[in-house]
Ligand binder design. Structure first.
Ligand SMILES: Nc1ncnc2c1ncn2[C@@H]1O[C@H](COP(=O)(O)OP(=O)(O)OP(=O)(O)O)[C@@H](O)[C@H]1O
Ligand SMILES: [Mg+2]
Length: 406
């Protein structure tokens, strides 16, 4: 049923709603369509269309015409009413159309009256909306005011859309620049260490022990570099970004137990005890996740390594596994240095490292949690962190359970 709007406040409300709705639109064309259709309702016209300038060219194109438009609108000619409306920046009302004003392109069979509303903001002319009446129509004061409101609100919506788009582009550009700067920084350090050591080995012609030590140092840096490259490839390669290739059912408790075993020696260096708590109900002890074993290994290896690296000497790391109907929840709790409120929102960013001065031990590049987040998400899961600076952190990973086996 056709929606009826009668009062001026209903008409203004519809215009305001159209502005709000247009915020969610990706496409300029969709905004023009919404405004044209709602303007037809507001001014009680029979049909309408919009001429629009796209991508900053000077030419106008038909951006929208209502399905009931009985003819193909003619491109606005010089001196045509469209140009007059735009030049004067006022809606142009024609209550009576004279056939002789339109030469060969006679529009009188299709309409008896029209209004052309220019859409502009400051020096930018976006286009115009034409609303047409099949029967002769005399415009009231209220309709004249509403036509101006239509012009202003459409321009407002389009301007907001442009600003939002520019903002998104700027943010994307900024994050790319930051990424390149960080990557360059991370790669430069191992290269500098290698260069220094190779120089040393080359100078030292006789002392083969020193040369050997230097080459060993180079070897370590090459490993670090190749790990950074592997992590970067994982995070930036588009083919890795989509879905899992050949996922299989993985017993998450077994996987975690194996990961903990691998990390026992490095935990022992700090005298950190790792405890694991599996669900008491034996039915819940075999929890399967449909996923990629190598990625899931990497996910928990990173989280538990962090818990140890940023944990305190003689402290403990607790790993809790729990299950509800569709999800398994894995908590990794440490009683270490914790993360400050300012750092907390950034730790999942690529290359972000909190409190760099205190954080210089180990070969950390700050890619770990970016990978953790990515792996969690491609498994359809979620990761959350809670932390108190100086007290410890809790990382909670939630993963969907494989429906076949649970
Ligand atoms: N359990 C934790 N306790 C305290 N701080 C943490 C913890 N986990 C991560 N962080 C902070 O978050 C930062 C980012 O962690 P992430 O694992 O991404 O990088 P990294 O450990 O510095 O380097 P990488 O994991 O690439 O070797 C760390 O530098 C650290 O400051
Ligand atoms: Mg890490």
């Amino acid at each position: 049923m056709k929606q009826k709007i009668n009062t001026i406040s209903e008409k203004i409300t519809l215009l305001n709603k159209t502005i709000l709705d247009s915020m969610a639109e990706k496409d300029k064309g969709a905004i023009v369509k919404n405004f044209t259709e709602n303007s037809i309702k507001i001014l009680g016209a029979d049909f309408g269309f919009a001429w629009w300038k796209f991508s900053d060219s000077d030419e106008y194109k038909l951006a929208y015409k209502s399905p009931s438009t009985p003819y193909n609108p003619f491109l606005p000619r010089n001196k045509a009413s469209h140009y007059t409306a735009i030049k004067t920046r006022r809606p142009l009302f024609k209550s009576t159309i004279k056939k002789e004003d339109y030469g060969s392109s006679n529009i009188t069979p299709y309409m008896k009256s029209f209004v052309i509303i220019p859409i502009y903001h400051k020096q930018y002319i976006y286009g115009s909306i034409t609303l047409c009446y099949k029967k002769q129509h005399n415009f009231t004061e209220e309709e004249i005011t509403l036509s101006q409101a239509i012009g202003h609100t459409t321009a407002q919506a389009i301007t907001t859309h442009r600003l939002l788009k520019t903002d998104a582009l700027l943010r994307e550009e900024k994050s790319k620049t930051e990424f390149i700067a960080n990557a360059t920084h991370e790669l430069r350090t191992p290269l500098a260490v290698m260069k220094g050591n190779i120089d040393l080995a080359l100078i030292d012609k006789k002392n083969s022990k020193l040369a050997h030590q230097a080459l060993e140092a180079v070897d370590i840096e090459i490993d670090i570099l190749s790990n950074i490259f592997k992590d970067l490839a994982l995070l930036t390669s588009p083919k890795n970004r989509k879905n899992l290739i050949n996922p299989i059912d993985i017993n998450i408790t077994n996987l975690l137990e194996k990961t903990i075993k691998r990390l026992e020696t490095i935990a022992a260096e700090k005298n950190i005890e790792i405890k694991i708590e599996t669900p008491e109900n034996p039915k819940h002890q075999n929890i399967f996740v449909l996923g990629d074993e190598e990625y899931l290994n990497k996910l928990f290896l990173n989280l538990i390594t962090n818990a140890i690296a940023y944990g305190k000497n003689d402290g403990s790391v607790f790993i809790g596994i729990s299950k509800n109907k569709d999800f398994v929840k894995i908590k990794i709790v440490d009683d270490g240095m914790g993360i400050s409120k300012e750092d907390l929102p950034k730790i999942f960013d690529r290359f972000y490292r909190a409190d760099k001065a205190h954080n210089s031990y180990g070969n950390h590049s700050g890619l770990g949690l970016a990978i953790v987040k990515w792996i969690t998400e491609i498994h359809g899961g979620m990761i959350k962190v809670q932390s108190i600076h100086g007290k410890g952190s809790i990382f909670t990973v939630t993963l969907p359970i494989s429906s076949q086996l649970n």
